[in-house]
Design a protein around this ligand. Structure first.
Ligand code: GLU
Length: 464
């Protein structure tokens, strides 16, 4: 019988939730959901200097915005120090760990000498019990606890993404388990927690591949079963370098602010390094149904902001007008623009939703429906000519009494251009400039209808 699937996302709170972390979280979450398992959130806050409450909040915000809900946690490693101390005692008793009193200066000197001799710097086992017998404990040095790594043999595992990986124990150091202040190192905390939380699948970034053999050795020393590992390749920027701020937005909440829909970002991340044939646009439910570790790519994925924008556009296009209005209204109000007075926002966003890539662009497009626009002098000179002004004046008269509905508005436009011997764009473009400050808009009769008679007449009156 297989154990019930339990996965976890275990971020270190040393910054915001970035897209790489979000993708790892998504894969862990989806794997648990697909198998009816449990998804755990664990905050690995043992780097006391770099961990902050602001980062914890940012991670929780990001997970919440994406809708990646966890079944258990968040657990905080700094609240589990007692437990690590307990496991440490067991490892000391079973001969798998020992106190090391080497000072930092001493270790630096040791590594310096090794490098000078052309050797790879590594801990030389000077405080292993057999070497330390009878040695006086140096005064003033608080010891660290080291793992006694096996000297012989190899560590191997069948990585669910990368295939079989094998490392000789001779390559591995006696790593530190507990620092002098009793706080565990990443490799120790992660093993104790993954064991206590009965994690079956560790899905994480492949920057941890080097840590895995060390962790497996600790599992073995504890006599515990080793979970399965799936190491997901990195995300690279367009230049092939590891994705970072240099490549643009990398924080999940920055995407929220920039007007991306969580569904679109999740869809993009799902597809970044995993594939299901040529399918590009799919729901989260479908992703959970399809997701498997076998189809995670073995090579790094390249982040493509244009593709993400395109996906966001696809999601905005088919989104319900009222939902979009609810998402655009706070963006407008953040600009000091109210939408209570004026056309229904749902009607306005409906006009533009197939022309924008983000909610912010949708807010830009909606803005002129709620605030006075002042077309630039150049635009006015170019489009609102004397001839145009005469036609606009005529149009204003017709619009003051026309039935306010697309077909009738369209007829009024046609009648006006006919009376002035013009072509429709010669009227429509100046009209767009006057109403929205832009020479391009969706279909002019639909725009007029959305604005409503009062605003249209008021804005026309400023120019004619
Ligand atoms: N705290 C580690 C990190 O953020 C977690 C690695 C793991 O999932 O084991 O990279």
């Amino acid at each position: 019988m297989n154990r019930p699937v339990r996965t976890r996302f275990a971020p270190s709170p040393t910054g915001y939730l970035h897209v790489g972390g979000a993708r790892t979280a998504l894969y862990s979450w989806a794997y648990a959901r697909k198998h009816g398992g449990t998804f755990i959130l664990r905050i690995e806050d043992t780097d006391i200097e770099r961990s902050t409450q602001a980062s914890i909040d940012a991670i929780l915000d990001g997970m919440g915005w994406l809708g990646l809900d966890w079944d258990s946690g968040p657990f905080y490693q700094m609240k589990r120090l007692e437990r690590y101390a307990e496991v440490a005692r067991q490892l000391i008793e079973s001969g798998h760990a020992y106190w090391c009193y080497a000072s930092k200066e001493e270790l630096d000197a040791m590594r310096g000498a090794q490098r000078a001799a052309g050797l790879k710097p590594r801990y030389d086992g000077r405080w292993r019990p057999e070497n330390a017998a009878g040695k006086a404990l140096p005064a003033g040095v608080k010891p660290v606890l080291r793992f006694r790594n096996p000297d012989e043999g190899t560590v191997a595992w069948d990585d669910l993404v990368k295939g079989r990986i094998e490392i000789a124990n001779g390559e591995l150091d006696d790593l530190v388990l507990l620092r002098a202040d009793g706080v565990p190192t990443y490799n120790f905390g992660v093993v104790v927690d993954d064991l206590d939380m009965a994690i079956t699948h560790c899905i994480r970034g492949d920057d941890h591949v080097n840590n895995t053999p060390r962790q497996i050795n600790i599992y073995r020393a504890m006599g515990a079963a080793v979970p399965a590992f799936a190491h997901v390749p990195m995300i690279l920027g367009s230049d092939g370098e590891r994705l970072s701020k240099r490549h643009g937005a990398v924080s999940v909440m920055q995407y929220a602010e920039d007007g991306f829909l969580p569904e679109a970002l999740l869809n993009y991340l799902a597809r970044l390094g995993w594939s299901h044939g040529n399918d590009e646009v799919f729901s989260l439910e479908r992703f959970v149904e399809w997701f498997d570790l076998e189809h995670i790519s073995r090579s790094p994925a390249q982040f493509n902001p244009e593709k993400l924008s395109w996906l966001n556009q696809q999601y905005i296009k088919v989104r319900d007008d009222h939902l979009l209005a609810e998402e655009v209204a706070p963006r407008l109000s953040a600009r000091g623009i109210g939408t209570a007075v004026g056309p229904a926002l749902a009607k306005v966003v409906a006009l533009y939703k197939d022309r924008v890539a983000t909610l912010n662009e949708l807010a830009d497009a909606a803005e002129p429906f709620y605030v006075e626009v002042y077309p630039g002098a150049e635009l006015l000179a170019q489009h609102v000519t004397d001839a145009a002004r005469a036609a606009l004046k005529d149009l204003r008269n017709r619009l003051s009494s026309v039935f306010w509905e697309r077909a009738a508005l369209n007829q009024a436009l046609k009648d006006t251009v006919a009376a002035h011997g013009m072509k429709l764009p010669q009227l429509a473009i100046p009209l767009r400039v006057v109403l929205t400050g832009q020479p391009q808009t969706p279909s002019i009769d639909a725009v007029l209808e959305a604005f409503g008679r009062d605003i249209v007449l008021a804005r026309l009156s400023r120019h004619v």
